[in-house]
Design a protein around this ligand. Sequence first.
Ligand SMILES: [Fe+2]
Length: 392
Amino acid sequence: MPYYRTAGSVPPKRHTQFRRRDGGLYAEELQGEEGFSSDSSLLYHERIPTAITAADAVETEPDALWPNHPLKPRHFRMHELKTGGDLVSGRQAVLANDDVRLSYVAADAASPLYRNAIGDEIVYIESGRGVLESVYGGLEVEPGDYLVVPASTTHRWVPEPDSDDGALLRALVIEAGGHVGPPSRYLSQRGQFLEHAPYCERDLRAPEQPLMAEDPGEAQVLVRHRHGLTRYTYAHHPFDVVGWAGCLYPYAFNIRDFEPITGRIHQPPPVHQTFAGPNFAVCSFVPRKFDYHPLSIPAPYNHANVDSDELLFYVGGDFMSRKGAGIGLGSMSLHPAGFTHGPQPGSVEASIGKEDTDEWAVMVDAFRPLHLGPGARAGEEDTYAWSWGSPT
Ligand SMILES: [Fe+2]
């Protein structure tokens, strides 16, 4: 994230003596990407952040994944998956490939301290409220938020006990195999959002104050890495930062702040793009005026998007182009490369003359085939593939 921020206390010059009241030095930590050649932040800890006293392998089964074979468009109902657990351990893998892992979770408990050493995570909050606590501070989360958590950021998720959805924090978790961010075409050479971007710096929220653990003593941190999960025991709790400064930090962007780009005739999905990741894109479909050419057809045209598997997660309103297909809130549809997809029968005609839409959806386009995980199998409604061939 290119927007420089500071929080708490930092010394006027980096890599210089910065002392606690007792005269000891704060421990400076740089968290940086791409080998000191990209965005970074400097954090100032009360105690050294490197003191581990144990490292234990956490035995987990690798995701069971099945190829989408025979190749079919598919419909998964996330609200039929089991609920409970925490936002890290309770993730149910829905779709995955070597670039991105998509999982769903309905959390009712605080997560352990955690960091993903493989890549950044984007967590889309479908419903519920809570706090994302990290070494950078606390960040309140609400429905519609995308939380971008940079790789190797130590954090934990704390659902709000009396939030709207029976205390559940429901989320789509997008684990990238690298770094994510706003599409580069929306950024200046120096990283400022350009005028044609559908959102900008003022729409982003980040921790404003550091967060101190109540108990500064020993703490365990779960680390996701290429070989599985390792649990470190630290001599000191990692939430002991008095200040930080830099361009790398977790941040929130709410889908309600995405300003739709519209036109006289149907605009292609890239206008909805919100984030870019390695070999995938994330798009937001939000309420908007429909196309205003006098002969426009607001419903999308059939399309063979030959290089993408398209996942759509339906999170609000009425998705007109899927009418009659059984899609509802909490549904995910998968339209794989190799299958030409489009509106359900009757939707094109029904869209003519409509002036606006109230649909909300999150789309992930993966540029390599997605495999089906246990969450897909458990939530699959298996007549979807034939929904274009049936009368509505
Ligand atoms: Fe599509």
